[in-house]
Design a protein around this ligand. Structure first.
Ligand SMILES: [Zn+2]
Length: 464
């Protein structure tokens, strides 16, 4: 059901007039039917396919539960009247054809895989909600000029192969098949082997990666709906976050190796303690992030492994994983370079050996101005409250931005929680997010009401 804003009619009229100034009439006039509770029911249905007991959701790439979840997503796409296509990497597409069959598509979507012990909303809202948005447009009698697509991106989470955003990274041409071949899961399988067993894949990793490539010629714009995964919208009582930039993630693996020794017998001047080198570097990581003077720079030492990890042993080897993010790529890279230089200086002074490996160093994304404008137009049209914000977590949108003008729509989630079983977004917030998504997609795709797509209840009628 459409959520009508509880505002006086004069305000409504003013808001609608304002929206019509910048919003295409066909999109502005759409009467959408979005049932938030029905979408939540679908999310809960999807959540049953989990390797951990409810309410936790654990769904790893190409496992039995992932395959069952994929089948359900395809069923929902079919029921929404979408044409289904799957690529070699395992990305699943549902497509609503446009009146211009040669036009590049306008796409939405997100992921349905879930890290161990996660919840039912991260990513899934953008897939199930994306299907609901296309369904609502179709049922409102809207025929897009450009084709509309909803994508279930394969393996946004890095759990199985240690590689995040496998699907969207490949679409953007940023996955080297030779590198992909070096990755193994806990069973020693490669991505190609796992994909082939799941019914995807190709004759080689190179062919598999090539088979999932998208280009600007076939993708006109991308817009992802997602829970905020932060507390700002809820705290400020706002309904929609309009994302303007996605922070650039990078991660380093730094290993210091010393000679170890007995904690009692080895005297202090003789030691080259690997953990003390790591401790110095960890403190520097914080200083380096704070040192930019910009709130958008963040750096974390989130993983710390000590060998032999015994109370009576001088640490022989300490491996750190360091995550650095910023919305400004060169500034983020400056922090990475400073951390590497500091690690080398510490290693020399403390006489420990040093190994540094770059796990990933991805580019940031500025959202496309036309996509941001479409989202803000939809927000105005629906009379919702919103603010512009930065996505500090990364998403498939980060990689889609390498191909096409991209944006994101955030909705509030309880306490900003995600990646935990009590993750929650309300049915009404989800419905509003889907309505914003649908109107913005309609705006980006262009098109008209009263086309051949109408099959559902309500049909199209003018707003005013
Ligand atoms: Zn996500």
């Amino acid at each position: 059901m459409r959520r009508c804003p509880a505002a006086p009619s004069a305000l409504l009229l003013a808001a609608a007039t304002l929206a019509l100034l910048s919003f295409a009439p066909a999109a502005a006039a759409l009467k959408l039917q979005v049932d938030g509770q029905a979408v939540v029911d679908q999310l809960m249905h999807l959540a049953q396919w989990s390797d951990d007991p409810s309410p936790a959701v654990t769904r790893l790439l190409f496992t039995d539960n992932d395959m069952k979840a994929r089948a359900y997503v395809k069923q929902l796409m079919r029921e929404a009247g979408l044409q289904i296509r799957e690529d070699t990497m395992g990305n699943v597409y549902g497509r609503l054809p446009g009146s211009d069959p040669t036009a590049a598509a306008v796409a939405t979507g997100s992921h349905t895989d879930a890290i161990p012990g996660a919840g039912a909303y991260d990513g899934t809202v953008g897939v199930i909600g994306g299907i609901a948005a296309l369904r609502a447009l179709r049922e409102a009698g809207f025929t897009p000029a450009k084709p509309l697509e909803v994508v279930m991106f394969t393996s946004e989470e890095p759990t199985r192969f240690g590689l995040s955003c496998s699907g969207s990274r490949t679409m953007a041409g940023l996955l080297d098949p030779a590198y992909l071949d070096t990755l193994r899961d806990v069973n020693g399988s490669t991505y190609l082997q796992a994909a082939t067993a799941a019914g995807y894949g190709a004759a080689s990793s190179a062919q598999m990666v090539a088979g999932a490539r998208r280009t600007p010629a076939d993708l006109a714009a991308f817009l992802e709906l997602h829970i905020e995964q932060g507390p700002e919208l809820e705290k400020e009582g706002l309904q929609i976050g309009v994302v303007t930039a996605i922070a650039a993630p990078a991660a380093l693996r730094v290993k210091f190796s010393g000679d170890g020794g007995h904690a009692g017998a080895q005297l202090m001047p003789l030691r080259n303690d690997a953990s003390l080198a790591a401790a110095e570097l960890a403190i520097f990581v914080e200083q380096a992030a704070l040192g930019t003077g910009v709130i958008d720079t963040v750096a974390t030492v989130g993983s710390w492994q000590v060998q032999p990890n015994a109370v009576n042993s001088v640490p022989r080897e300490t491996a750190l994983e360091i995550d650095v993010r910023d919305i400004d790529g060169p500034r983020r890279d400056g922090v990475l370079a400073a951390i590497k230089a500091k690690a080398a200086a510490i290693a020399e002074r403390r006489k420990v050996r040093l190994q540094i490996e770059t796990i990933n160093q991805d580019p940031p994304a500025a959202c496309g101005t036309e996509v941001v404008a479409a989202v803000e137009g939809a927000v105005r049209e629906l009379g919702l409250s919103s603010k512009r914000m930065v996505s500090r977590a990364y998403h498939d949108a980060l990689f889609m931005a390498q191909i096409a003008p991209t944006g994101m729509v955030f909705i509030p989630c309880r306490n900003g929680w995600s990646h935990r079983p009590d993750e929650f977004a309300s049915p009404s917030d989800i419905a509003r997010g889907i309505e914003v998504l649908a109107l913005a997609l309609a705006q980006l795709a262009g098109g008209s009401e009263g086309g051949s797509g109408s099959s559902g209840s309500g049909g199209a009628r003018a707003e005013l």
